[in-house]
Design a protein around this ligand. Structure first.
Ligand code: GSH
Length: 239
């Protein structure tokens, strides 16, 4: 395999660190470039050529004619398909195992991430607090955590008892449960133990600190991002 030459465009949010975690876990060299979301760099024409959806994360693979990839799930699968010959994170030939990993990756992308993303908006950023909406978001997050908790019964990781893409994509979002309005996850002991297990993985921890120190422990950066989200509402609600 030729030495990978990848630029990661990111910001340190939960979606951003999904990809730095994967790059670190695969041991792929990469350059991380912080996109200044607060200065609207994501809307600049050069970045729209990389991600027409104007969001981080995105990558450019310089070894493949500067091939751009956007959407965290698509990036994760691309990286494994091109740069995971040892099948560290995504099985290639065992198609059932591969499907199981992809099922949980999709469960995260279409279930957990949107549920927590919505909850962040309603319980953190929207100036008006609407109890029904906040409770409904928390209820859906708890339902999804219940599914994961049951699946982790007697297991260390989600698929095949080894750390895979399924864990790598879910962990950075789920560890932020308190931020998303679900303060305690004591009722999900398997999920809690799973988070603590992944907390000890050096590569994952390294990825969490790209391009800035872990945003969940970085109040200044968290506030900066929060202000950005609130500015979207001000525009939309004409506040
Ligand atoms: N579905 C996308 C979501 C990406 C996303 O929402 N990125 C946020 C940061 S976590 C962003 O770039 N927001 C800036 C904006 O919306 O202007 C993915 O998984 O890559």
């Amino acid at each position: 395999m030729t030495t990978p030459d990848i630029t990661l465009y990111t910001y340190g949010t939960q979606n951003g660190v999904k990809i730095s975690i994967i790059l670190e876990e695969l041991g792929i060299p990469y350059k991380a470039k912080q996109i200044e979301l607060v200065k609207n760099e994501q809307y600049e024409p050069w970045f729209l050529k990389i991600n027409p959806n104007s969001k981080i994360p995105a990558i450019v693979d310089h070894n493949k004619d500067d091939f751009p990839v956007f959407e965290s799930t698509a990036i994760a699968i691309y990286l494994c398909e091109n740069y995971d010959p040892e099948e560290k994170l995504l099985p290639k030939n065992d198609l059932k195992l591969r499907s199981q990993v992809i099922q949980w990756v999709m469960f995260e992308a279409s279930g957990i991430a949107p549920a927590q993303g919505q909850s962040n908006i309603y319980c953190r950023y929207l100036p008006e607090k609407i109890p029904f909406v906040i409770n409904n978001c928390a209820k859906e997050i708890r339902r999804l955590y219940g599914v994961l908790n049951k699946s982790l019964e007697g297991k260390e990781y989600l698929v095949g008892n080894k750390f895979t893409l399924a864990d790598a994509m879910s962990y950075p979002v789920i560890r932020g449960h308190a931020f998303s309005g679900v303060e305690s996850i004591d009722e999900f002991p398997n999920l809690k133990a799973w988070i603590e297990r992944i907390d000890t993985r050096p590569a994952t921890q390294k990825g969490l600190n790209v391009p800035v120190p872990d945003i969940m422990k970085n109040p200044e950066k968290l506030e900066e991002y929060g202000n950005l989200i609130q500015s979207y509402f001000k525009d939309r609600l004409n506040m």
